[in-house]
Design a protein. Structure first.
Length: 400
C-alpha cells in the first residue's frame, strides 16, 4: 500500500463536469452556456487584433527565454497599476503600492490568500457573496481560512438584497476579510450602485474590515475607466486592500494566464515589508511567472496604437453582449415567456436567469443547451446563429 492509496474519491467540479457532458454530446445544435469565455457572433473565441499585432512585434524582437524577476514583468506591473488605480493616484502614492504578475486571476487570488494567511495573527474569517464564483470558497479554504458568506442575491427580488448584505457586513468581526466583485458580479450579473458602494466602504472603515476586490471583467460593463472607478474610490478613502485582476477575458488571453495582484498599503515602510513577504509567497509557490502572456499585455497596455485598438475591440465585445441580452429578453417575451426583463439589466458575461434547476436540466437533456442548475448562463456565448434555437427551447421547456 502506498501513500496514493489514501487519495479520496474523485469529486467532480460543478462547472467542468457539465462542460465534459457538453463535449460528449453529439447533438449538432448543442450550446455551451457554462464556460466563462467570450465568443464572437460566429461562436468562435476571437484572437483580438491588438493582441495579434503585439505578438508579431514580440516575434520580430525575440529574446532568450530567461527567468523573470520573482514579481514578474515590471513594465506590465506598472501598466496594470495605472489601469486599475489611475495615473494620478499612482503618481501621488507610488510608495504605498505593490503590483506583482500572477498566473491569471485565479493565481492572483491564491497569492493574496496565502499572503493574508501568513499575515494573520489570529484566526481570521473570509466572507464571500452568496452566491459567488464557485472557486472563491475553495481557494480560501485551501489557504487555511474559514469561509462564510454575506447576503447578496435575492431570488424574490431578482436582484441584490442590499439591506441584508449591509447587515451581514456590519455583523462581521473586526479584521474579517471581505471578498468583493468590483464589477460584473459572477455569477449574478448584478452590481452595486455608487451609493451602495459608498455605504459598504463606510461599514468597512467603521468595522475595520479588510477588503479584497476581485476584478476579472474590467471593461465589460461601462468601460475600463468607469469599471475601475470603485478601485480608485477604495484607494482615495485611505483604505488598505488587495485587488486580483486578469486579462483572460478582456484580452482573450485565457490560456496565457495573465493576471496581477495589487496591494494598497498605508505607508512606504509597510509597503517594503509586505512586498518582501509577497515575493516570498511567490518564491515558494512557483518561483517566478512566465514571460509571453505578460509581454503581450504589456504592449497592448503601453503602445498607444495597440491600446486604442484594444479599447475599440473591447467596446465591440461589450456592446455585443448587451445586444444579445436584449435579443434574449425580446425573444422570450415574443414567445410569451415573461418575468425575464431583469436579464437585460444585468452586466458582464453572465446572467442569473431565474430559471429553475428543473428547467436547466431539461434544457440539457432535451435540447443540448448546457447551463448550470443555479440558472446561471454565459450570455457571451449567445449569437445570431443560436439565439432563435435557445429562445424556442426555453419557451418550450418553461411552458411544458
Amino acid at each position: 500500500m502506498t501513500v496514493f492509496h489514501n487519495a479520496p474519491a474523485p469529486v467532480a467540479d460543478p462547472i467542468f463536469g457539465v462542460v465534459e457532458r457538453f463535449k460528449n454530446d453529439t447533438n449538432p445544435k448543442k450550446v455551451n452556456l457554462v464556460t466563462g469565455v467570450y465568443s464572437d457572433n460566429t461562436g468562435a473565441v476571437p484572437l483580438m487584433k491588438s493582441v495579434k499585432q503585439a505578438g508579431e512585434i514580440i516575434a520580430q524582437n525575440a529574446n532568450a527565454h530567461t527567468y523573470q524577476a520573482i514579481t514578474g514583468n515590471s513594465a506590465y506591473n506598472s501598466a496594470v497599476q495605472k489601469l486599475i488605480l489611475g495615473d494620478d493616484f499612482v503618481a501621488a502614492n507610488s510608495d504605498r503600492l505593490i503590483t506583482v504578475q500572477a498566473l491569471g486571476g485565479t493565481g492572483a487570488l491564491k497569492l493574496g490568500a496565502d499572503l493574508l494567511k501568513r499575515l494573520a495573527t489570529k484566526p481570521t474569517k473570509i466572507l464571500i457573496s452568496n452566491p459567488s464564483w464557485e472557486n472563491h470558497q475553495a481557494i480560501f479554504e485551501k489557504a487555511g481560512f474559514e469561509v462564510g458568506t454575506y447576503s447578496y442575491y435575492s431570488p424574490a427580488l431578482k436582484g441584490i438584497d442590499f439591506d441584508a448584505m449591509l447587515a451581514d457586513l456590519k455583523a462581521a468581526s473586526e479584521g474579517t476579510i471581505i471578498i468583493l466583485h468590483a464589477c460584473c458580479h459572477n455569477p449574478t450579473g448584478y452590481d452595486l450602485s455608487n451609493d451602495q458602494w459608498q455605504q459598504v466602504i463606510e461599514v468597512i472603515k467603521t468595522n475595520n474590515l479588510m477588503p479584497y476586490l476581485d476584478m476579472a471583467y474590467q471593461g465589460f460593463d461601462k468601460g475600463l475607466a468607469k469599471d475601475g472607478a470603485i478601485i480608485r474610490r477604495f484607494a482615495e478613502e485611505g483604505l488598505s486592500f488587495l485587488v486580483a485582476s486578469s486579462f483572460s477575458k478582456s484580452m482573450g488571453l485565457y490560456g496565457q494566464r495573465v493576471g496581477a495582484l495589487s496591494l494598497v498599503c498605508q505607508d512606504g515602510d509597510e509597503t517594503k515589508r509586505v512586498k518582501s513577504l509577497t515575493s516570498n509567497v511567490i518564491r515558494t509557490n512557483y518561483s517566478n511567472p512566465p514571460i509571453h502572456g505578460a509581454a503581450l499585455a504589456e504592449l497592448v497596455l503601453t503602445n498607444p496604437d495597440l491600446n486604442k485598438l484594444w479599447q475599440d475591440e473591447l467596446a465591440e465585445m461589450r456592446d455585443r453582449i448587451k445586444d444579445m441580452r436584449q435579443q434574449l429578453v425580446q425573444g422570450l417575451n415574443d414567445r410569451q415567456v415573461h418575468g425575464v426583463d431583469h436579464i437585460a439589466r444585468q452586466t458582464g458575461m453572465f446572467s442569473y436567469s431565474g430559471f429553475s434547476a428543473e428547467v436547466m436540466t431539461r434544457l440539457q437533456q432535451d435540447f443540448a443547451i448546457y447551463g448550470l442548475e443555479s440558472g446561471r448562463m454565459c450570455v457571451a456565448a449567445l449569437n445570431s446563429n443560436n439565439i432563435t434555437y435557445i429562445c424556442d427551447a426555453i419557451a418550450t421547456t418553461v411552458k411544458g
